[in-house]
Design a protein. Structure first.
Length: 419
């Protein structure tokens, strides 16, 4: 008997709720759109997979808000809240909103699942926390949409909830100032994570506090009448203040440096340090790194003693390029912060020469540099070794100084040519 009643109830929900209808549109859209975010994922790293998947929350939350607003208008039209209902207003709200919240939860999980093949191993706690915070955001938008449905005219409720929700999810990231405002909506995890980063827990806290504050305010508005309703705005104000305090020091960033204790620098003579996600490719990374280091040392270039590769399963070109670029300082000179400096024109040719010298495959070089820069680097590579060394040292110094002019002409460094 109980099972039959439950079956009837579920069939009724599926027939009357907006959530199943919205799922028919939303979920295929999420699957299709997820292809656009895959290129931003750091392969093999769960934190990056989860963070980039959170971009889809910008579509999920507005869908939940619009569906909930429609449910709110239906409840208002039914007159259940104006009579003497057998259930409390909050119980009525939960009974019509759980399919919408389920839609949000399943959509969030779907967004992660679609990109999960790009990860390796098992997810760690930051990924689970990220998903939980996203679900809290979906609940907040659902609750706010429902209240909008109870307050606004029928024809305005769902469109207004959809637009306001979408603007709140999208607009803060487009604002130049204050940059930290984007931390409050739970949509800024996409700024994370490369292999040497983890999500900043302050971002979790800021988004979660605001989401809980919005949800609590809506629950108070639904459940109470008269003066006690003022408790909701008070709590929301406190939640916003707390969220702002947490978010303000973060700026636009949502990541923090990863614990270096996880970095293994005892790999071998290549000097390449490995994160746990790279251990499966350790042998070939070490082999390629050692080859690149020897090539550079033979050419008179000294790479850094310790080098990090930022892909879980890097190609030979990536390993060689990272080893090559470690040979020069990465800091821009002070004059470069306000415009071009004399050495800026040497950046491409010097980097291309380093990559070629380290052993980066030519197809990788051609896809990463301007054709003229590659041709110039190849000309330099045809010089005698002593000439290549003079060319490199003469031009490398201009990359970090404001008072040196580069000399990129290979002919000036041929045998017998003076510096």
């Amino acid at each position: 008997m109980y099972g039959g009643g439950l079956s009837v109830y579920l069939r009724t929900v599926l027939r009357t709720s907006t959530a199943p209808r919205a799922a028919i549109v939303l979920m295929p859209w999420l699957v299709a759109y997820s292809g656009n975010i895959r290129r931003w994922i750091t392969d093999g790293y769960w934190e990056s997979v989860t963070a980039q998947s959170s971009f889809l929350l910008g579509f999920i939350a507005p869908a939940c808000a619009a569906c909930a607003a429609w449910e709110g208008t239906r409840v208002k039209r039914s007159g259940m809240l104006g009579s003497a209902p057998s259930r409390s207003p909050l119980a009525i709200a939960v009974s019509v909103l759980w399919p919408v919240m389920l839609l949000g939860f399943l959509s969030i999980i779907l967004g992660v699942a679609v990109s999960a093949p790009q990860a390796s191993g098992l997810p760690r706690w930051p990924s689970f926390v990220m998903v939980i915070v996203e679900m809290a955001v979906a609940v907040a938008h659902t609750a706010a949409g429902y209240v909008a449905g109870l307050i606004l005219p029928r024809l305005l409720a769902a469109p207004t909830a959809l637009v306001v929700s979408f603007v709140w999810m999208a607009y803060p990231a487009a604002m130049g100032s204050p940059s930290w405002l984007r931390q409050l909506n739970g949509h800024n995890f996409i700024e994370c994570c490369s292999l040497d980063q983890v999500p900043d827990v302050r971002g979790f806290g800021a988004a979660a506090i605001v989401a809980v504050g919005v949800t609590f305010t809506c629950v108070v508005w639904i459940s109470l009448r008269g003066v006690p309703r003022l408790l909701g705005p008070v709590v929301l104000g406190l939640a916003l203040v707390a969220g702002c305090v947490l978010a303000a020091p973060m700026g636009y960033r949502s990541a923090q440096p990863r614990d270096l204790a996880e970095l293994d620098c005892r790999t071998g003579p290549s000097g390449i340090c490995l994160w746990p996600e790279q251990q499966g490719a350790a042998q070939r990374i070490e082999k390629w790194g050692l080859e690149a280091r020897r090539n550079l040392v033979t050419a008179g270039v000294r790479p850094a003693q310790k080098v990090k590769v930022m892909s879980a399963a890097p190609s030979q070109g990536e390993v060689a390029s990272v080893m090559a670029f470690s040979a020069i300082p990465q800091d821009m000179p002070s004059c470069g912060r306000t415009g071009q400096w004399p050495g800026s024109q040497a950046t491409g040719p010097v980097m291309a020469w380093l990559a070629l010298t380290a052993g980066t495959p030519s197809q990788d070089i051609e896809g990463s540099y301007i054709e003229a820069e590659v041709r110039l680097a190849q000309k330099v590579r045809r010089l005698p070794l002593a000439g290549q060394q003079r060319w490199f040292h003469r031009n490398a110094v201009t990359l970090t100084r404001c008072d040196k002019q580069p000399d990129l002409s290979p002919e000036h460094f041929d045998a017998g040519a003076a510096l």
